[in-house]
Design a protein. Sequence first.
Length: 285
Amino acid sequence: YFYSNETTPSWKKVNYNSVYKDIAGLLEDEDYDDGSYGPVFVRLAWHASGTYDKKTRTGGSDGGTIRHPAEAGHGANNGLEHARDRLEPLKKQYPNISYADLYTLAGVVAVQELGGPTVRWRPGREDKTEADCTPDGRLPDASQGADHVRDIFYRMGFNDQEIAALVGAHALGRCHTSRSGFEGPWNASPTSFTNFFYTELLNNTWVPKKWNGPFQYVDKQSGQFMMLPADMAFKKDSEFRKYVEKYAADQDAFFEDFAKAFAKLLELGVKFPEDAPVYEFKTLE
Ligand code: CCH
């Protein structure tokens, strides 16, 4: 490439609208889970970002360190290889995109293409080495309650309203015994981004699941849907519950607040280049 300007940073050489379309093309697969990689893409973007510690300004999506065995191997990240492996061909196709940008963008594409709100996103994260991986234990433990959830998310810099909005992502996907030990989807439409996490949480009677696995809840009526102990904290804790009731009653309010909190999550600790543009991608058909 005789004419390429060597000083152009690699993040500027990527057509992100094109990457968006290609990620969207990887979502559907009738042989995977409920037919979509979208939920596990959202979980990958969140776990890549949710290691942030505002005090030490370490962790977060910058660095793309979740791809390194030292971090990929944290128990909370079990199963995320399915998402990374699915995205790997795009890293080959667009060698100038950082893993950190690719993984966070995949979360944005999944939210939008599964029917959720538009999420503002910026490129410019840079990949780092295995030495930059965060220590284990920064992501939430699903068997715990409101105090633990607050400790984890306050450490990132979120407030109760933002935490309650973020957990609405549990409208998507399911738990896998082979990954977390827990089992089942949260509702009947795990490949659609909806406010059903809140409506199911409030409207069902949740009873302990009778099994040999870790303690979790199932809905009394059908036994098909699940809640984690940490999910149930959003019903029991009166401050969280205010927002659960609001989002259950008002899907637009949920979409607006989720979009803001999710965009913030994906940017925690990232030092963006000054000229990095903000994208608001158009959702495809
Ligand atoms: Fe989550 N989540 N999450 N979660 N999560 C799991 C699955 C998904 C917790 C625990 C679990 C967020 C917050 C929390 C998704 C998005 C978000 C699983 C099952 C556990 C356990 C993993 C498995 O077995 O495959 C806990 C605890 C918290 C907070 O306290 C936030 C925030 C987000 C995104 C904004 C998505 C999506 C899934 C489904 C993944 C899939 O593969 O279907």
